[in-house]
Write a protein that binds this ligand. Structure first.
Ligand code: ACO
Length: 430
């Protein structure tokens, strides 16, 4: 029988439907498994679990394919802009000129952050990580803009607010962490140029906008805009499934992205390269550590849960990296170390066997560093880029009539029932 999987358990046979996606990928629908058999499935890290069907992003990790709403990432990186990609992901189609202009105006109209929020920013300790600040401030937005939610127009305004204000708040967090005066958004600048200006303009050294740097940032954001059900996006969907407001769901996504195995990897790559540089630049030593079973060290920027070939975003980012460094006439000892590392790892049996290729973070860290961003801002830049994907996935999930409160199960392996012991009868050590 086609599109049905058969399970034999305890001598009984059960049939389960198989769902087929537009690109031919198949999933066994186990939604009746527990009621039919009493069984659940166990899948640590959800590596084989589809949590939803989605029309937003297609990726094939074996072939190195990534498409947003059907359009290959290579075409978007070459021809599109980040704001256009935001529209594409959230609304589902490429905007015409009028729609794009209207959306750009909306983003401009919502770019300011409520003046009362400035005080919050000022009182974070100077050493606070900007990801922590951003996550906290995005939740706080709900208190400042509480009335618009639910109906379609209100969702659109909330979306525009988030896309525009998160960028402003990221730049504010940076300026405050340096003890510098905040730079306000400008109506005459487009999304990426506006952000660069808010980050780097100062009364003593006015920021000169370089179109190549603007383009590099735009492409970086396009490449990060969505990546189907990754850790932070699944977090947004999961938190959102409890029907929290969009700000809270996005704040949770930012927190999930912070980790060094996910969005914090671009920061971790640079920190690793700096350590190698300080230690004399011996790349073979770190490769040996990465291969050592008894050492928890991993090569940051290598490997991916889904891509088992070159990450298509890494190919674009690598090219961008060379072009930008050439144009800026910048030599960077870290880039030399990165290139050596790449060459050794790509030819090493351990990395070949395990399909460990450089991922997008390996090169993006170097590009962001060349632009002048401090290392702790890298994950924040990733978060700004991933925001449209989170919003698109959240919107798709709340519009899906079959969507349920996310609530996985477990197999309990703790002690069987034991009795409570009053405190004075307990042994001093366990
Ligand atoms: N360096 C050395 N060995 C590695 C690396 C690495 N970077 N990545 C995976 N391996 C090894 C593991 O030790 C494991 O070996 P084993 O089978 O002998 O135990 C094998 O490859 C498989 O690794 P898993 O951790 O099971 O693979 P998983 O799919 O869970 O991990 C991950 C993917 C988390 C990205 C991993 O490759 C990693 O830690 N990479 C470094 C961090 C990084 O660059 N993260 C960015 C990811 S991209 C993104 O989020 C945008």
């Amino acid at each position: 029988m086609e599109n049905v999987a058969t399970l034999i358990f305890d001598g009984k046979e059960y049939t389960l439907p198989v769902v087929v996606g537009t690109e031919g990928e198949k999933a066994i629908d186990i939604s009746t498994l527990r009621s039919q058999t009493g069984l659940i499935t166990l899948d640590s890290g959800y590596a084989n679990t589809g949590s939803c069907t989605s029309e937003i992003t297609f990726m094939d990790g074996e072939k190195g394919i990534l498409r947003y709403r059907g359009i290959p990432i290579e075409q978007l990186a070459e021809q599109s802009s980040f704001v256009e990609v935001v529209y594409l992901l959230i609304d589902g189609f490429l905007p015409n000129k009028e729609q794009l202009n209207r959306f750009s105006r909306l983003l401009n109209d919502h770019s300011l952050v409520h003046e009362d929020m400035h005080g919050f920013f000022q009182h974070f300790p100077r050493d606070s990580h900007p990801m922590g600040i951003l996550s906290a401030m995005v939740t706080a937005l709900k208190g400042f803009y509480p009335y618009l939610e639910g109906i379609e127009e209100e969702i659109n305004i909330t979306v525009a607010r988030l896309i525009s204000k998160v960028r402003t708040m990221a730049a504010m967090a940076y300026k405050i962490s340096r003890g510098h005066r905040i730079v306000y958004p400008r109506h005459d600048l487009r999304y990426s140029a506006n952000f660069l200006n808010m980050m780097f303009d100062s009364p003593v050294r006015p920021y000169v906008i370089d179109p190549d740097i603007v383009r590099a940032l735009d492409v970086f954001w396009i490449l990060h805009a969505d990546h189907e059900q990754n850790c932070s996006t699944s977090t947004v969907r999961m938190v959102g499934s409890g029907r929290v407001n969009l700000y809270a769901a996005i704040s949770a996504g930012i927190a999930a992205l912070w980790g060094s195995l996910h969005g914090g990897a671009n920061q971790a790559v640079i920190e690793m390269l700096v350590d190698i540089h300080k230690d004399g630049g011996d790349v073979h030593k770190v490769v040996a550590r990465a291969k050592d079973k008894n050492d928890t060290f991993r090569l940051m920027g290598f490997g991916h849960r889904v891509y088992k070939t070159y990450d298509p975003r890494a190919i674009i980012m690598k090219q961008m990296c060379y072009t930008l460094l050439n144009k800026l006439k910048r030599t960077d000892p870290l880039l030399d170390i990165a290139m050596k590392l790449e060459e050794i790892a790509l030819n090493d049996e351990y990395f070949i066997k395990k399909n460990l290729y450089p991922n997008v973070d390996f090169y993006s860290g170097i590009v962001l560093r060349a632009i002048g961003f401090p290392t702790n801002m890298f994950p924040v830049l990733f978060a700004i880029g991933r925001l449209p994907g989170w919003i698109a996935q959240w919107k798709e999930s709340i519009e899906d009539t079959s969507w349920k409160l996310a609530r996985p199960r477990q197999i309990y392996i703790g002690p069987e029932q034991i009795d409570y012991i009053p405190i004075d009868q307990r042994k001093s050590s366990h």
